[in-house]
Structures are given as C-alpha cells and as structure tokens.
Design a protein around this ligand. Structure first.
Ligand code: NAG
Ligand code: NAG
Length: 511
C-alpha cells in the first residue's frame, strides 16, 4: 500500500505541484516503538569520589594527564546528575520519552571492581533514578559498561587480561540482583571498537595504551567472552524470573566502496570486519569467531613480520559456541559514513599496527554537512544503509538504535537547526528501514543533555538540552531540537515543516 501511494505520489508530482504533504502524514512510527534518549555515567554524573565511589580509568587519566583533554576539563562534576537526577527525569517527562538509556558506573557500586565490597550509596543512587523514572512509566535501558573501568582492574591488566570475563560477570550479577526486578533492557558493553581500538591500540580513549599491534584483538576477544558470560548469567539465573532482554551495543558507521571495482568492494568488506565485525561476528553470525577475511589478513601480515603465529587470537570451538547466539538484541550506535578505497586516501601507519592491518583508505566528500566534532559528518542515507545491511546479514536479530545525534559548539546556542535537520533525516531513514522489514524496536537520541565528550571535553555539545556549567545547579535548558523531538514522539510523525513557536517546555498530562 505504502509503495502504491508513493508511486502514485511520484506520478502525481510529475503532473501537479507535489503531494509530499500527504506523504509524511502516512509515515507513522508504531505506537509501541520506544523513543528515548541516552547518556553515560562518566559524561554526566559527576560525584567522582562522592559517598564511597572508587576511582575509575577516566578519573585517573584526567587527574594525572589533564592536558590530554582538549579544554583541560574532566568529569569530576560534569552535569552533576548524581545530585540532579530528579531534574533529569523531569526533562524526560517534558520530552514525553518512552525510555531512557543510562549507564551504571562500575566503581560507584563496586569501588575496587570486585563484589566483596558493595557501596550501598551507589546502589541507592541508581535505585532512586530507576524508581523516579518508573513513577512516570519511563522504561530504563541500562548499559553495564560505558568505558569507566575501575582503576584497580586496569592495574590488573583491564581488557588485556584473560580474567576480564570473570570480573565482568561478577559485576553484572550484582547489577542484575539489585536492579533487575525493574530493569528489563540490559546492554553489556557500549561500543567495543572505541574501548579496544581507541583505548588499547591507540590513544583516543582511556587508558591510552597505544598497543597498536595486538591491543585491539586481545581486548576484543576478552570483551566478547565477558559479554557472553554476562548474557548467560542473565539468561540462566535471572531471565526466568525477571523476564528482560540482554544485548550489546556496537558502533556501526556506514562504509561504501569508492568505486565499483572488485578491490574497493573487497576493502569495504575488510573495513567493516575490522571496525565492527570483530565484535559482531562472534556473537551474531552463524559461524562464530572473528571475521574470516580480516583474520586471514592479520595472520598473513603477522607471519611476514616475523611473528610465529597471528597477532589476532582465535576462539576455541567451545568459546565460539559460548558466544554465538548470546544476545536478545543488537544495539546500534550510528553517526556517520565513509567511502572506502583500496588505493586512494591511505595514510602512513606504524608497522605492525591495527591501521596497517586494515590497509585501506577512507574518504568523505567535503559537501557532507560537518558537525563540531571531526568524526561526526552527516552522510546521506547512512542509517538506512546500516539497518538494512545488518538485518540482511543477521536475519534473526532485532535491533535498537541506542545512540544517534549531532555535535555543535556551545556558541551555536539554543536554535540548533542543523541538529534538527540531522535528526529528521535519521528518523526518515528509520521509517524507511521499518517499511523494508527491519526489526527495529526503538531509537535513543544522543543525548538528553550536553555532557563531557571524552577527550573533546565540553567543547562539543550533543544535548537536546544545553547545560550551563557556570551555574551551581548545572541548569538545563531545552534547545529547539528538544521541541521538535517532543513533537515527533507525541504525534509519531515527522512533520518536515514543524516550527515550535513557543520555546517553553511543559509536561503533558499523563507524563
Ligand atoms: C603510539 O605508538 C606508535 C608506534 O607504534 C608511535 O609512533 C606513536 O607516536 C605513539 N603515539 C603516542 C601518542 O604515544
Ligand atoms: C507556551 O506554551 C505553554 C504550554 O502550552 C503555555 O503554558 C505558555 O503560556 C505558552 N507561552 C507563551 C509565551 O505562549
């Protein structure tokens, strides 16, 4: 029917002025589609050492090497959500959210990483937040790990240690035991690529290890096994009574061959395997284990470089079975896209290194709209392409978009029309994907409010709400995009011409 109407519209538009006005009104998000926003503990909570919280790797990094953060800031106070959670929930009600994704700070509930010492004040903070949300029927979606490892576990090797999966399961069980009666959507890890590649093989996320030859691969294996242990713990011991779902969130940008050549198409496949396949394939593919083409490339290069075996470890058959199918859903964080070339746009990289293993070039046309963050450029149809690609590849999976959003500079103020353009395009991609049969159950906008954007500090603002860091109360003020998102959630439609004329937020009846 939809197709028929669209064809009709197309025919009609050739003759008459346009029937676009009809079209957006016929494209409705399902009533049970979950609209939400997302945040992460380190980026908003503050209270870095409040009430018994332990030190984590971002506390350590920003306190010992403040110069690595662009504006020399840190998350010690951030948006102070540790004290402002009631205002945060009020904002969720203003927006009319169905769900809110936040992360638990591991060292706030287990100060030194292990379950022998539980910080009751930390447990109470998350209980209060969850209970406040549930009062207003806002579903919690909880990330167990959003990059803030307890420092003690880093000192023991962090994700490089084969013990990591055991530590993670121990922590996950504490979270399931304390919050699982009310939390029904669990995400084990946020963005493994950013944890493993940026944190272990490079220097763009704590702990800045720069172990460029093997860091990504050992981290990836231990992370996947940690995910699987938490998933099975939930599935066996909690799901029967708690009835929730447990998945993982992977950052998936869109990669497209620069030309139609065989080489560019193969390198695009390699790029996808290296960027997100390392983490998705062991869990979501039928074969299990690391992706084949990229594993072969790393093995070949390793031998040429004098290693006795591949720098990329393998999964044993038992480990493959254990991780394969360990999911209830696939969480996607998506922001941008690239063209991939076998020969052009290549950079000079250390040998051996992850980037040398990838061994291809990426490119983005200058006319694609650029945000305030260099990594965040608006690529046409990229979210639609990602969703249909993943559904095609992983036929049994259901999906949530767990992050998507736009960065601006603070000076750009409250009238954030570029963000509105980005969100409307992304949400139209979502509607197209739903029409194509993608099993997508929700969309979490990043972010509810401005926050500590890691090494970019407070220079990049991604919030629907602006945060005034000069004020004691960390006053939150809705940007124009907040009103547009609210209207989309309420009507389940994307009105391309909707202009909020009254920038006062209020809470609708029933929220
Ligand atoms: C990371 O290691 C490479 C060598 O593998 C080196 O060239 C580079 O300077 C290091 N980066 C930093 C920031 O230390
Ligand atoms: C804006 O809208 C709210 C809610 O409908 C209303 O209470 C308020 O008076 C309006 N303000 C202006 C300036 O129109």
């Amino acid at each position: 029917m939809q197709l028929f109407i669209r064809s009709l519209c197309y025919l009609y538009s050739l003759i008459a002025a346009s029937c676009n006005a009809q079209e957006w009104q016929d494209r409705r998000f399902p009533d049970d589609f979950l609209f939400g926003t997302a945040t992460a503990a380190y980026q908003i909570e503050g209270g870095w050492n409040a009430d018994g919280k332990g030190e984590n790797i971002w506390d350590r990094l920003t306190h010992t090497k403040p110069y690595v953060v662009q504006d020399m800031t840190n998350g010690d106070i951030a948006a102070d959500s540790y004290h402002n959670y009631k205002r945060d929930v009020e904002m969720m009600r203003e927006l009319g959210l169905d769900a809110y994704r936040f992360s638990i700070s591991w060292s706030r509930i287990l100060p030194n990483g292990f379950a022998n010492q539980i910080n009751e004040a930390g447990i109470a903070y998350y209980n209060n937040l969850i209970d406040e949300m549930l009062k207003y029927n806002i579903k919690p979606m909880v990330t167990l790990y959003h990059w803030d490892l307890p420092q003690k576990l880093q000192d023991l090797g962090g994700f490089m240690s084969p013990l990591f999966p055991v530590w993670f399961e121990e922590y996950a069980r504490v979270a399931f035991e304390n919050f699982g009666d009310r939390v029904k959507l669990w995400i084990t890890f946020n963005e493994p690529r950013e944890i493993c590649y940026e944190g272990y093989s490079w220097t763009n996320k704590a702990p800045l290890l720069n172990i460029s030859d093997i860091g990504t691969y050992y981290c990836a294996k231990h992370l996947v096994l940690g995910h699987a242990r938490a998933y099975h713990a939930y599935n066996n011991d909690f799901k029967p009574t708690q009835n929730g779902e447990c998945g993982i969130t992977i950052s998936v940008q869109w990669f497209s061959p620069l030309t139609d050549s065989e080489e560019d198409r193969f390198e695009t496949e390699i790029r996808m395997q290296a960027e997100w396949g390392l983490y998705a394939e062991p869990i979501f593919s039928d074969e299990g284990g690391f992706p084949k083409d990229f594993a072969e490339r790393v093995a070949k290069k390793s031998l040429e470089q004098g290693y006795k075996k591949s720098r990329m470890p393998e999964f044993t058959d038992q480990e493959k079975d254990y991780a394969r199918g360990a999911y209830d859903f696939f969480g996607i964080n998506h922001y941008s896209g690239f063209f991939v070339s076998a020969t052009e746009y290549k950079t000079v990289n250390p040998v051996p290194s992850f980037l040398d293993d990838e061994d291809n070039g990426i490119f983005r046309p200058a006319e694609w709209p650029a945000s305030a963050s260099p990594w965040l450029v608006q690529a046409p149809k990229s979210l639609y392409n990602v969703l249909t690609h993943l559904q095609n590849k992983y036929k049994d999976a259901v999906f949530y978009i767990t992050e998507n959003g736009w960065a601006q500079r603070k000076e750009e103020g409250l009238l954030d029309d570029k963000r509105i353009t980005y969100y409307r395009a992304a949400l139209n991609d979502v509607l197209d994907a739903l029409e194509s049969g993608v099993k997508l159950k929700g969309y979490m906008a990043w972010s509810l409010m401005d926050n500590m954007e890691w090494l970019e500090g407070y220079a990049a603002c991604l919030g629907l709400y602006e945060v005034d860091y000069q004020s004691e109360a960390r006053t939150r003020t809705p940007r124009k995009s907040a009103f547009v998102y609210k209207q989309i959630i309420k009507t389940r439609l994307i009105d391309p011409d909707y202009e909020p004329d009254n920038l006062t937020m209020w809470i609708e009846e029933g929220h």
